[in-house]
Design a protein around this ligand. Structure first.
Ligand SMILES: [Fe+2]
Length: 188
């Protein structure tokens, strides 16, 4: 899957076909969740033209942000891999790099957990991740990470309120909540 430099419009479809070839519950969960995140991300893009976010990239990257979940151990959402769930971002990034997909997509996978995870979070809480900073930086990374906080994969039909999304972040750091609060001001 080489030669993606000019962003084929629907690159995510090809990746889905490759990574989730069968029509399984897991594929359906991933597809529906990713679509919810893509739609909310696009609403933010439409609401905020001043952010100058790249629409085509947002669609594809939102559809691919959780592509690594199948490697993780989360039977409640039909994932029967052996990796801790917190690794789904780095596993997704690894998958996309192996497929020769542009690096900017891998970065979205790696940087969307919580409101991003820092080296300090990893060290203080002994998280099973290579010690590095995984904070969303580009505007597209920030929008997708924010939009993702409104949708769980166990209750696909629900959209969380801002308060519910915020509450789901309480288990992360105080700094993480501050990033979310900044995004509320930027994106709502
Ligand atoms: Fe997600």
């Amino acid at each position: 899957m080489k030669n993606n430099t000019d962003t084929p419009h629907m690159i995510w479809r090809e990746v889905f076909r490759h990574c989730y070839p069968e029509d399984t519950d897991l594929r359906r969960i991933l597809l529906q969740h990713s679509q919810s995140v893509a739609i909310k991300s696009l609403q933010i893009v439409s609401l905020h033209p001043e952010l100058k976010a790249n629409r085509d990239f947002i669609i594809n990257a939102a559809m691919l942000h959780d592509i690594g979940i199948k490697f993780c151990d989360a039977p409640g959402i039909c994932c029967h891999g052996d990796k801790p769930y917190i690794q789904h971002g780095i596993m997704g990034a690894r998958t996309l790099r192996e497929l020769g997909i542009e690096e900017r997509y891998a970065r979205v996978c790696e940087r969307h957990t919580g409101t991003g995870i820092t080296r300090t979070d990893i060290e203080d809480r002994q998280l099973p991740l290579p010690s590095a900073d995984y904070l969303p930086e580009t505007i597209e990374e920030q929008i997708i990470c924010y939009a993702d906080k409104f949708f769980s994969k166990s209750h696909l039909e629900r959209t969380k309120t801002i308060d519910q999304a915020r509450n789901s972040l309480l288990k992360f750091s105080e700094e993480g909540l501050k990033r979310f609060d900044k995004w509320i001001k930027m994106f709502e």
